[in-house]
Design a protein. Structure first.
Length: 248
């Protein structure tokens, strides 16, 4: 059973990769959300769900093994057919930390994939409900969730796969942080008691300086909310430093 599911996964991944590459030749849809969401789904969680539902944990394990091998085969073939024999990120990092630690470190990041998939699902299906119920600002998610490093000259095989992984994760994270800024500023614009936490969070929450001081009062919080979100205003209820607030 394991071997059969393993082969099934290899075939699935091969067809999916070839299909995505062929589509990308005529359209950039696979590189931008929502097309990118479909591509990532086909290559990651869809096979997990299908094999796990049909064959249980054995199916899931065989699927992971098949995906792993398919990834290695793609890296080898893409590098070979690209004809690129110049410097590589992998080789540079191998010299810095050693091949074993470099590759181990990469594979340690794989368990983060389901976490980012969950974040992406929240961006697609949860945040729009806040737009509908609270008039939070809308976003062109394709401006955040996309991949473009495949256009970088000399980035092939192993380097390409992992750079695209980072490319996708960074976009998902950045969009998630932007959406969370709206949530935090709207529901609880109060600074943290720990100054170090305020300092650390200021990068992702730049309007933190406008939140009510930790030693303030609920009257201050209420006044700030009414100032930033006038009850009769029809403007989107965005975080305090959102670009939309700067437009006249």
């Amino acid at each position: 059973m394991f071997a059969g599911i393993f082969v099934y996964t290899l075939v699935w991944m091969a067809l999916a990769i070839v299909g995505i590459l062929l589509l990308y030749r005529v359209s950039d849809a696979p590189a931008f959300a929502p097309g990118l969401d479909v591509s990532v789904s086909i290559l990651s969680w869809v096979p997990w769900v299908v094999t796990a539902c049909k064959w249980g944990w054995i199916g899931f394990a065989a699927c992971l093994a098949g995906q792993f091998v398919a990834l290695q085969i793609f890296c080898i073939l893409h590098t070979f057919f690209s004809g690129c024999r110049g410097p590589k990120i992998r080789k540079a990092l191998d010299r810095i930390v050693g091949p074993m630690r470099n590759h181990l470190g990469l594979w340690i990041t794989i368990p983060a994939l389901p976490v980012f998939l969950a974040i992406r699902a929240a961006e697609l299906f949860v945040y729009p409900l806040l737009v509908w119920t609270l008039n939070f600002p809308r976003y062109k998610q394709r401006e955040w969730v996309n991949v473009s490093r495949q256009k970088f000259e000399g980035l092939v095989g192993h380097d390409l796969v992992w750079c695209l992984y980072c490319d996708w994760m960074t976009g998902v994270y950045s969009l998630g942080a932007e959406l969370l800024r709206n949530v935090e500023s709207f529901w609880c614009p109060i600074r943290f008691y720990e100054n170090k936490k305020c300092e650390n969070c200021r990068i992702d929450f730049p309007d933190l300086k406008e939140w009510v001081s930790a030693d303030g009062s609920m009257k201050d919080v209420s006044a700030l909310l009414l100032k930033k979100y006038p009850p009769k205003s029809r403007k989107p209820r965005s975080w305090f430093g959102h670009p939309g607030r700067k437009r006249k």
